[in-house]
Design a protein around this ligand. Structure first.
Ligand code: GLP
Length: 259
């Protein structure tokens, strides 16, 4: 597959592909390879539009018998709160439909955040305890408004664990206005420290808006103001799969700052 790299002083694995399908396929290939090497690997899955082609590629590989996910363990990054797992925009529903069921992951190996738990703080603690007991081999990440990862919004502590989070105005605007969702403005999310404990971090992003988020995360200060900038503290375990549009946008921002 055609690819180039985006230069970064500390992140040496930012792979750039001609379009989103190719970037998604390349990210999926990383996951497939990891499962082939360790059939019992624990994976934290992300949700969002970005992940749809990645999960389609995993489904194809699974159907073709190239890889067997049945003995893997599944976690996920986040879920709206309070929100039922049967509702249209539930992240648990998204993953059941696109990952857990099609990849035949055993129900006992699937660990989901309960968006209907009566106490969100206790639910977050329960989930974090599960994660502390497991080594997560790969965490998939997208990037959202304000450089959020999971639902860790701007100014979330880099030492945060799984918690109940208040969504930012930007995220609520995206969800309610741009995406016409009926979702609440709070969510359960793995914390930044929790996410960074994963052995590998695989971020996927396409398009110019994501290019702007990435520029802030990659090229400006490493600061809690930009949650995704925390990835630079663990540069040796980060791989990014982006498309040409995101790369161009990053380079455009870089060129403006160089003037
Ligand atoms: C969502 C999720 C993130 C996701 C990001 C990007 O709100 N909390 O886990 O990675 O925003 O979503 P999308 O790919 O739909 O743009």
């Amino acid at each position: 597959m055609e690819r180039e790299k985006l230069f970064h002083p500390t992140l040496s694995d930012i792979q750039v592909y001609a379009d989103k399908e190719m970037a998604a396929q390349a990210a999926a290939n990383e996951i497939i390879k990891a499962v082939q090497e360790n059939p019992k690997i624990a994976i934290t899955y992300a949700t969002g539009d970005t992940m749809i082609p990645v999960y389609e590629a995993l489904q194809r590989a699974s159907q073709q018998g190239v890889v067997d996910f049945s003995n893997t363990t599944a976690f996920h990054l986040d879920e709206y709160y309070p929100y039922a797992p049967t509702k249209e925009f539930s992240f648990v529903k998204f993953l059941k439909d696109r990952v857990f069921n099609p990849l035949s992951i055993k129900p006992d190996n699937i660990h989901t955040l309960n968006g209907l738990a009566s106490n969100g703080d206790i639910e977050a603690e329960r989930y974090d305890d599960l994660l502390r007991k497991k080594i997560v081999g790969i965490t998939l990440l997208g990037i959202g408004p304000g450089g959020h990862i999971g639902f860790n919004e701007r100014n979330t502590s880099f030492t945060s664990r799984t918690h109940l989070a208040q969504l930012s105005i930007q995220t609520v605007y995206r969800d309610k206005i741009e995406r016409n969702q009926d979702t609440p403005d709070m969510a359960l999310t793995q914390g930044i420290e929790t996410i960074l404990e994963s052995k590998r971090l695989v971020m996927v992003a396409y398009g110019t808006t994501k290019g702007d988020y990435l520029h802030e995360a990659l090229d400006l200060e490493v600061t809690e103001t930009c949650p995704a900038s925390a990835l630079r503290l663990h540069s040796n375990k980060v791989s990014m799969f982006i498309d040409k549009d995101a790369k161009l946008q990053i380079e455009l921002n870089r060129s403006k700052e160089a003037v």
